[in-house]
Design a protein around this ligand. Structure first.
Ligand code: ATP
Length: 229
């Protein structure tokens, strides 16, 4: 076999870099805003999987209303059989606050150097980035995909302006290499939040169609979020 033939054979055998999305959150509870966002981004960017990663003790916000085990179980119900969404429970196994930088470092160590990691953040979460532990190191490990949220403010905080100017690209499909850039992605606008769902349930109202039926069944079976909890 000549040189050309050999290199063609090698190329055919080399695995292409994997494209892994990570959507962290308290998922208190998981809802259609999370799920449509994850699925639409996975499809439009041809991601191999999106890991929904519930946080145990979120450092920047109030303690979740229900236990980590219930939040994890609801995410598991929600993504069961929904390729390419999967659950990653590593933050719940850690006996420390859930810092995203730690999670990304662990994931990075687990994947090949050229695999692409995409951290999915809703616009509100993205705007809060400067309060995160070691936030300036995040882009060493991943790209950031910002999901629009229809109910969010439109201006980014000043602390993010330089970062956006230096690192953002207009076409998410143009993100190159394993990490380092930011892109905004379109998703079906769904102005639903876990806060709204908790409030509806606490006031005895229905959340049908805002969460998958399997999640609704779990909430009902365990009496979660009702006024007596
Ligand atoms: P809460 O109302 O309790 O603050 P939440 O609905 O914002 O909860 P989280 O679990 O905090 O849900 O969100 C996890 C991630 O999903 C965050 O990056 C958040 O911005 C994003 N997200 C949540 N809801 C939506 C939505 N409707 N559209 C787009 N992104 C969303």
């Amino acid at each position: 076999m000549g040189d050309l033939g050999q290199s063609a054979a090698v190329t055919a055998l080399e695995p292409r870099p994997r494209r892994i999305g990570v959507l962290g959150g308290t998922f208190d509870p998981v809802h259609i805003g999370h799920l449509r966002g994850a699925l639409e981004v996975a499809e439009s960017l041809a991601l191999d999987e999106v890991r929904l990663t519930p946080s145990a003790r979120p450092p920047h916000r109030d303690t979740p209303q229900v236990s980590a085990l219930d939040r994890l179980a609801m995410v598991e119900c929600a993504v069961a059989g929904v390729t390419p969404l999967v659950v990653d429970d590593r933050e719940l196994k850690r006996d420390k606050p859930s810092y995203t930088i730690d999670t990304l470092e662990l994931m990075r160590a687990q994947f090949a150097a050229d695999d692409q990691l995409f951290l999915l953040l809703g616009w509100d979460a993205f705007c809060g980035l400067p309060t995160w532990h070691r936030w300036e190191e995040l882009l060493q490990h991943c790209h950031i995909l910002v999901l629009q949220r229809p109910d969010a403010d439109s201006e980014p905080p000043d602390a993010l302006r330089n970062l956006l100017a230096a690192r953002s690209v207009s076409d998410p499909l143009a993100l190159k290499g394993p990490s380092g850039q930011i892109a905004f992605v379109w998703q079906t606008p769904l102005a639903v939040s876990a806060t709204q769902i908790r409030q509806l349930l606490a006031s005895g109202k229905s959340v049908r169609f805002l969460v998958p039926d399997a999640v609704l069944a779990y909430i009902d079976a365990h009496g979660l979020y009702r006024a007596s909890n």
